[in-house]
Design a protein around this ligand. Structure first.
Ligand code: MG
Length: 236
């Protein structure tokens, strides 16, 4: 397994409120939101608590056990952000997305809340693993909008689920069977908001993972760089 990651503040923001985690056992991106520095606090706290709460899968561990431990780790991260948000006025209402991938025995467990994304790249074809927890993402699932309209829809940034905004959290979970050569991209919305899918698909195919991540960030900035952008690329 090889991996690379990159985060960038973008061209318009004063702060980078995205956080990410790459340690070989867990890969995760988090996109924080809230006034002042609250978004930064939310995304980094969520990842720290998530990492501390989740021990890497044991070789003999069942999928169901890993799934429930992941769910529990997300619940703890949610609780930590929720409680911190109530501890200080300037942190009130903060929250974060969380999209994490944990490799285990030829598979990858994905756990997801919010509008960051996981995408699988197999033999040059890129397919989404997660769906966005946004008003527009839900409309897309109900086929009320097309993916082209969804990309520019005025309500596309409205989240329907975020970590830390309520006492309880519902996370999506998926298990992917991975093949040798598969790549997994985790990214925050700063990437796909300003870069077309076909350009993302082209960039993630680059031989060198570091330069592929650099290319993705460059494309986001060329596309306006309106938001922070974070990408993690893993090759199995
Ligand atoms: Mg963002």
């Amino acid at each position: 397994m090889r991996y690379a990651a990159k985060t960038d503040i973008g061209r318009l923001r004063n702060l980078n409120e995205d956080s990410y985690l790459v340690d070989g056992d867990i890969f995760a991106v988090a996109d924080g939101m809230g006034g002042h520095r609250a978004g930064e606090v939310a995304s980094s706290l969520a990842l720290n608590v998530f990492k501390a709460a989740f021990e890497k899968p044991r070789p003999d561990e069942s999928d169901d056990d890993i799934k429930s431990r992941l769910k529990e780790a997300v619940a703890r991260a949610n609780q930590a952000v929720f409680e911190r948000s109530r501890s200080a006025r300037e942190l009130a209402g903060m929250g974060t997305t969380l999209t994490a991938a944990v490799p285990a025995d030829g598979k990858v467990h994905i756990v997801h809340v919010g509008d960051s994304r996981a995408l699988l790249i197999r033999k040059g074809k890129m397919t989404p693993v997660t769906s966005d927890h946004t008003l527009v993402g839900e409309m897309l699932l109900r086929r009320e909008v097309t993916s082209e309209t969804a990309r520019i829809h005025p309500l596309r940034h409205i989240l329907t689920r975020a970590l830390g905004t309520e006492r309880d959290i519902r996370s999506d979970q998926t298990i992917l069977e991975v093949q040798t050569g598969d790549r997994l991209l985790l990214c925050t919305d700063g990437l796909y908001a300003s870069v077309e899918n076909r350009d993302i698909a082209k960039a993630v195919g680059g031989k060198d993972l570091e330069s592929a991540c650099g290319k993705l960030v460059d494309l986001a900035n060329l596309g306006g760089g309106e938001d922070n952008v974070t990408v993690i690329l893993v090759e199995f």
